[in-house]
Design a protein around this ligand. Structure first.
Ligand SMILES: [Zn+2]
Length: 291
């Protein structure tokens, strides 16, 4: 069982009753999204009493979810020549979700490539989104949430897993560490210098720099939340990482996501970086040497 990502863990730790009953998991890598969905299903149904150890990966429920035989972990994917999620599949899912889960268990249904649905199928799904059965969470996995009907989108909380598929290049990680070291030692004065340098040297590859920053923040947050269980075991192999108080790491991550959002919308890159570096400086993100 892969460790829960910080977004999923944060949702889980916030208490299951607070989890929105419908979520869009957005990201470019379908496999990553499916693993996140599976982790959330396991997190919510794991038999381990200690919340911070969920999903344990070894209890009956975790094992059943991993091998896709758990009765309350349901997935549907596009079918047929047209590669669409059929209205029939939605109806079958609704029948399965209508049943009551045993106490303490949560029905989790994931729709893979959820944007591959005709309007009639989406309208059919809408009924479930409007009046969700008890203890049920619907996950719409997609890289194109903009292709879903606004009525569907508006009933779902969006969680963006970004475009990171592979660990970022070492050159980008080194540049991130270099920037954060400068912000740490020179404070405010380094903000504009470093923003200009990064903008000038990266140009079109700015998303890679942001991905590296996001990667280091995520690694740090995961090891912060569960020491010794760093995501994918990558953090231990890094020569250096980032550190700060957990809440600040989360805020910094949100700033990175926002920077990515503005970048996609062609906001001036230098402004985006200056703003981002100011925030990082304010949040006292530090570099920790030697992993
Ligand atoms: Zn478990």
């Amino acid at each position: 069982m892969s460790p829960v990502s910080l977004a999923v863990r944060d949702l889980g730790l916030a208490g299951r009753q607070k989890i929105s009953h419908a979520l869009i998991f957005k990201g470019n890598n379908p496999q990553v999204l499916l693993e996140e969905a599976e982790s959330l299903a396991a997190f919510l149904n794991c038999l381990e009493e200690e919340t911070s150890s969920r999903p344990c990966g070894s209890c009956d429920h975790c094992r059943q979810i991993k091998s896709a035989v758990f009765p309350y972990w349901l997935t549907i994917a596009p079918q047929g020549a047209a590669g669409l999620i059929q209205i029939r599949q939605i109806r079958e899912l609704q029948v399965k979700l209508a049943g009551k889960a045993p106490a303490g268990q949560v029905k989790v249904a994931a729709l893979l490539d959820a944007h591959r649905m005709r309007e009639e199928s989406q309208n059919c799904l809408l009924k479930t989104l409007e009046e969700p059965p008890e203890d049920t969470i619907l996950l719409l996995l997609t890289d194109r949430p903009q292709d879903l009907l606004p009525t569907v989108r508006s009933r779902c909380q969006l969680i963006d897993f970004g475009s990171r598929q592979l660990p970022p290049a070492q050159t980008e990680l080194d540049l991130v560490l270099d920037v954060v070291r400068a912000l740490e030692s020179q404070g405010y004065y380094a903000v504009f210098d470093k923003a200009a340098f990064v903008e000038g040297s990266r140009k079109k590859r700015l998303p890679e720099f942001l991905a590296a920053l996001e990667f280091l923040l995520r690694e740090s947050l995961v090891s912060h939340l569960s020491p010794g269980a760093a995501a994918a075991g990558l953090a231990e192999n890094l020569p250096a990482g980032l550190a700060a108080d957990g809440r600040k790491l989360l805020t910094a991550l949100e700033e990175v996501w926002q920077a990515g959002y503005f970048l996609e919308r062609n906001v001036n890159a230098l402004l985006i970086l200056e703003n981002l570096f100011l925030k990082i400086n304010k949040l006292n993100i530090r570099v920790t040497e030697g992993g």
